[in-house]
Each structure stands twice: as structure tokens, then as C-alpha cells.
Design a protein. Structure first.
Length: 245
């Protein structure tokens, strides 16, 4: 199956059935984050279009049959908000599966009002936050030259979205050697967004280099006091290693 995959066991979401709204052979994203498990983005893009039809998604879900899962997660190989037909795809999922529908996004396109409108159809939006200033944002996310937004524009758009969104807003704070010093500033940003949850994560895949240790993450977690947080580490031990989850 090209579009539907899993279920995948996730430390964040339990057992998640994945849906890739891009279904591309190579990664599609405005960013080329240096920690991405899929490697560099060969041709970064900000162009939105419909990649997957609802009819093809429906056929794959019907072929899959009954499945034991806790949620359905739209993610996949790239930035899912590049797809312009997210509401239609979510409606198709809901025809077949009575589960919460989530979206994982790097947040690259949330300044676009059309994207924010599309996101309201999800039960939960999980957006990555990994920088507290523009220089760190450029260093970590490495957006394409044609990328039209700043970190400030993303944060302001998330605040507007939070005010209008009736579902759950979750922040995934990706912590690295490059940004661990900015934990207090990241926590301050998180407070202004009023998330329902903050997920403190660090890249665990060996190909991405060494993750922050459990002790380092425990120290960082103190900066997020007062926010509802969960960590990829339980004590000093990493929980189930995530794929896209």
C-alpha cells in the first residue's frame, strides 16, 4: 500500500495507523532539517497541491479491513500540509475508521490562512518547535531559499490558530545539542501558545547522531515547569523509538 501503512507503535500516540497524504517517492518539504530521519530534502518546495485522491485512499482503507489502533495519523514522507485536500482525506478516513485523526507537521506552512483552515478538521495537531530565534531556526530547519516566512510569522500564526481551534494542540519540542541551551526560551514560547501537551523529544535514530541523554532531558524538562509535558525518556531510559511518530 502506498498511502496507508502500519499500525505503528509510538511512545506518543500508542498504536497509530499512518496515512501519507503525499505518497511521493522522495521527501517533499519546505525544510531540510539536519536531524530528519529521512535525510536531506533534495528539492525543497512550498508548492501545495493534491497528491492523493480520496478515492484511492478509500480503496486502500477498504482493502485494509478492520484494524486495531488508537488513532489515525497523517504524516509520511515530508510535510503533510503541502496537500491541499486534507479535509477531504480526513472525511474519507472518518467514513471507515472511528478513531481520532491527528496531523504531524513541522509548522512550515501555518502562516498560510488556507492551511490553518484545513487543520481545523483534525482532532489533534502536533507541530514541531525547535528554535527560539531566527538564526537557530535557519540553522536547524534549513528552509528552502524560496521559503517566504520567518520563525516569528510561524509563532504568530500558531497563536492565531490556537485561538480558533477547538481540538488539541500539541507541541513537539525537538531537542538537540544545537538548541539545548535555548530550552528556557523554547519553554517561554510554548507558554504563549497554550498547548494541551508538550512532547519533549530528541532524535533517537543512530543515523542522526547521538541524542541528548536522559539526564540532559530531565534538566531541560525543568524549564517547562507549569506546562503539561511528556518525554521520550522515562527516567533515564528511552521509550519506544519513534519512526515518524
Amino acid at each position: 500500500m502506498r498511502i496507508v501503512y502500519g499500525p505503528v507503535d509510538s511512545w506518543r500516540f500508542g498504536r497509530s495507523l499512518g496515512v501519507d497524504p503525499l505518497a511521493a517517492r522522495h521527501k517533499l518539504c519546505p525544510f531540510s532539517c539536519f536531524y530528519c530521519q529521512y535525510g536531506e530534502t533534495a528539492q525543497p518546495t512550498v508548492q501545495r497541491r493534491a497528491f492523493v485522491s480520496a478515492a484511492v485512499l478509500r480503496a486502500e482503507l477498504e482493502a485494509l479491513g478492520d484494524v486495531s489502533a488508537d488513532c489515525v495519523t497523517l504524516a509520511g514522507l515530508g510535510e503533510p500540509t503541502l496537500a491541499t485536500n486534507l479535509p477531504e482525506l480526513v472525511a474519507t478516513v472518518r467514513e471507515r475508521v472511528a478513531l481520532p485523526v491527528l496531523l504531524l507537521t513541522g509548522g512550515a506552512l501555518v502562516p498560510d490562512a488556507h492551511v490553518r483552515r484545513d487543520l481545523t478538521c483534525f482532532d489533534q495537531i502536533v507541530v514541531t518547535l525547535n528554535a527560539s530565534d531566527e538564526a537557530l531556526f535557519r540553522q536547524i530547519n534549513r528552509p528552502t531559499r524560496s521559503y517566504p516566512y520567518s520563525l516569528s510569522a510561524i509563532v504568530q500564526a500558531l497563536r492565531r490558530f490556537r485561538e480558533a481551534y477547538a481540538g488539541e494542540l500539541v507541541l513537539q519540542v525537538m531537542l538537540l545539542q544545537a538548541n539545548k541551551h535555548a530550552a528556557p526560551q523554547l519553554a517561554a514560547l510554548a507558554h504563549t501558545l497554550g498547548p494541551d501537551e508538550v512532547q519533549l523529544s530528541t532524535p533517537l535514530q543512530p543515523a542522526l547522531g547521538g541524542p541528548l541523554s536522559g539526564k540532559e532531558m530531565q534538566v531541560i524538562a525543568q524549564a517547562f515547569a507549569g506546562l503539561p509535558t511528556r518525554s521520550v525518556y522515562k527516567g533515564d531510559q528511552a521509550q519506544t523509538k519513534p519512526r515518524h511518530m
